[in-house]
Design a protein around this ligand. Structure first.
Ligand code: PRP
Length: 212
């Protein structure tokens, strides 16, 4: 029985492939450097799908992939019905509110917030009772306050360089994020043995915590 795992392309892909390799799950480097979006490992035990981060939980929820590896930020935003047995110690970053350095308070009137994370943003400000207009963008969010589209942003920060170089600073940390493993509910029961093996292999490498 083999396991299909959806991997988020982009910033997490290489650290996750390195983690899998250290856990003994190797992918052919030549195949990896190709444009192929599905690959099997050497033994054929695992099949990998390389998809956009936001699509990982969708493939898993629908059972096309048994498991997925993605950032907690995307998982929180997705609101999909999947299990999250472990977090992995790669891809550490933070989801933050950031505003132009020296900006006055964000508490006056309706705050305009540009973000790739509309759900997280609405939930965060909603829980604080702050009225916001969420302006959904798909990337390069840091320029929105600079150009006057928004008062602040909710975005991911890893090194902080993008914020700094665009004259923004962190106002508040909403959540920590790192890579996490998510699992389809049905697969979790019917492929329990191979899924637990994978979880154990990954835990041995990362001392990953419980849940996402
Ligand atoms: C992410 C995030 C920030 C940047 C943060 O964007 O949205 O823009 O990385 O990284 P840093 O703190 O190390 O500077 P990504 O690179 O995924 O591109 P995008 O803005 O097009 O989504």
């Amino acid at each position: 029985m083999s396991l299909t795992i959806a991997i988020a392309k982009g910033r997490l892909q290489q650290p996750v492939l390195d983690l899998l390799a250290s856990a003994g799950i190797h992918l052919d480097p030549q195949a990896l450097s190709s444009r192929r979006l599905t690959l099997e490992n050497d033994s054929g035990d695992y099949r990998f799908l390389f998809v956009k981060p936001a699509d990982v939980p969708i493939y898993v929820e629908h059972g096309i992939a048994d498991c997925g590896v993605l950032g907690r930020d995307i998982f929180l935003e997705s609101a999909t019905d999947v299990l999250q047995p472990i977090s992995l110690e790669v891809g550490r970053c933070q989801i933050v509110v950031a505003a132009p350095s020296g900006a006055s308070s964000l508490n006056g009137g309706v705050v305009r917030v540009a973000t790739k994370y509309p759900r997280i943003t609405a939930a965060h400000f909603g829980s604080k009772g702050v009225a916001v207009e969420v302006i959904p963008l798909t990337g390069s969010v840091e320029i929105a306050p600079v150009l006057g589209l928004a008062d602040c942003i909710v975005d991911l920060v890893e090194t902080g360089r993008t914020l700094r170089e665009n004259g923004l600073e962190i106002v508040e940390v909403i959540a920590e994020s790192k890579a996490c493993l998510v699992v389809n509910r049905t697969s979790y029961h019917f492929k329990a043995t191979i899924i637990f093996q994978l979880i154990q292999l990954l835990k041995n490498q990362t001392k990953g915590g419980a849940g996402c």
